[in-house]
Design a protein around this ligand. Structure first.
Ligand SMILES: [Zn+2]
Ligand SMILES: [Zn+2]
Length: 120
């Protein structure tokens, strides 16, 4: 199990030069600017993000998930603040879900449902 958690530093910029440098770490300390989010003066700048876990598709119900996390089988709905799930593999950020043998291997391009694909 990965002990690192996702954070974003609003004091630093990402690779596109936009505000918000994302990193994973055990502690909320930005590797770029060293701001420590556990200290009050930096708490508004180094912000904890949610991990999106993979919610495998339901074997019977269409377009429904199992409502469980692939990485540890726990419920998506346990009222944990940073617990999120998606059946869309592209949305998954949890390193343990991504490394799981049952995570879809070839996820290709993001597929858009035919009925959702229309000209604006
Ligand atoms: Zn920073
Ligand atoms: Zn996970």
């Amino acid at each position: 199990m990965s002990k690192t958690k996702p954070y974003v530093c609003l004091n630093c910029t990402n690779e596109k030069g936009m505000i918000g440098f994302k990193f994973r770490s055990e502690k909320p300390v930005c590797p770029k600017c060293t701001a420590d989010g556990s200290q009050k003066q930096y708490a508004a700048y180094v912000v904890r993000c949610a991990d999106v876990h993979y919610d495998p598709p339901h074997p019977v119900l269409k377009k429904r998930g199992l409502n469980t996390r692939l990485c540890d089988g726990k419920s998506i709905f346990d009222n944990q603040k940073f617990n999120m799930g998606s059946g869309l593999p592209h949305a998954v950020t949890c390193p343990d879900c991504l490394a799981h043998p049952d995570f879809p291997k070839d996820i290709g391009e993001i597929a858009v449902d035919e009925e959702a694909d229309f000209q604006l």
